[in-house]
Design a protein around this ligand. Structure first.
Ligand SMILES: [Ca+2]
Length: 306
């Protein structure tokens, strides 16, 4: 065997060892008991209560960049702040609501995938997991970082909200999808039925909440928004928003928004698959905005809660 082949075998064995360690760590993390205080009570889960479907009306339509693969959306002072995904074209952007004009934009690390977005005391917090490692094995540092990020901890970035300048980064175990906050915690999803509560300053996990309806877990929780004491969640790939009681995880209501598609041109056949994802709340004006990945419109809706 040539020395070059021996080198490749050694590198391959190192890669396998790294993968095994990270898989073990992730398995161990996934099977570890979450903090007991955040678990919903079993008695409540056994009620089998089913969230009712509530009505809504469309009260406004605004333009939206149909190339924006929306993964995070919030509203502040006349602007939407948006996190868009897809490895190599992810971004953080400030968008004028009325016109859809992108007034500021910052590219995400081209190896990362823009996901959930929240604002906390003048900073934007964006989840930027790595979904697809493509570094060749001879680019050792990047290759091993891809492996570690794919199987282990992921990264988020904080930005100054005025300049969109990155300020710091933070780590979290596993994947990161939606992000929002209540009065004192960040609330983060990872595509499962579980939401995590994080300290917004240290990003330390404070607890978890399982979301369920009819006694069954609701999986694929996606973009999030905290609205008047409830957690609103897109559920991939549905056209419905779950309204979640934050202390129990029970889905109290569903908003079925399938009709919104009839208000837009037919979607092109696209492997990226346009789908509803994006909820933003103007708390001062009590306005609720929704959009989707690659949707050409943002809709303002008024929900008729019972
Ligand atoms: Ca949101």
């Amino acid at each position: 065997m040539t020395s070059k082949r021996i080198g490749i075998v050694v590198i391959g064995l190192l890669a396998l060892a790294t993968s095994a360690v990270t898989v073990f760590k992730r398995f161990h993390s996934a099977t570890a008991e979450p903090p007991a205080a955040a678990e919903p009570l079993a008695a409540e889960r056994e009620t089998q209560a089913v969230g009712s479907v509530v009505g809504y009306e469309v009260v406004g339509e605004y333009p939206h960049d149909a190339d924006a693969y929306t993964q995070g959306l919030i509203y502040l002072d006349g602007f939407l702040y948006e996190s868009t995904g897809i490895t190599g074209r992810s971004s953080l952007r400030k968008v004028r609501l009325a016109t859809g004009e992108v007034v500021q934009q910052r590219a995400v690390n081209p190896r990362d995938f823009g996901e959930g977005l929240a604002e906390w005391r003048g900073r934007l917090v964006q989840l930027t997991p790595r979904r697809r490692g493509s570094a060749p094995i001879w680019h050792l540092r990047t290759f091993f970082e891809d492996v570690r990020r794919h199987f282990g901890d992921n990264v988020g970035v904080t930005y100054d909200i005025a300049s969109l300048e990155p300020q710091s980064s933070f780590m979290y175990p596993g994947d990161g999808w939606g992000l929002t906050h209540d009065d004192h915690r960040l609330i983060m999803g990872d595509g499962s039925s579980k939401l995590r509560f994080l300290d917004p300053e240290t990003f330390v996990e404070l607890g978890r909440l399982e979301v369920f309806d009819g006694g069954k877990p609701v999986e694929n929780l996606n973009e999030l928004e905290f609205v008047d004491g409830k957690i609103y969640a897109n559920v991939l790939p549905q056209d419905r928003i779950a309204i979640i009681q934050p202390d129990t995880g029970q889905v109290t209501s569903w908003i079925d928004l399938a009709e919104l598609k009839s208000r837009m041109p037919p979607f092109p056949t696209d492997p990226l698959h346009p789908v509803m994802n994006g909820i933003a709340y103007d708390a001062a004006g009590r306005r609720l905005f929704v959009t989707g990945k690659l949707w050409p419109k943002v809709f303002e809706i008024r929900v008729r809660l019972q």
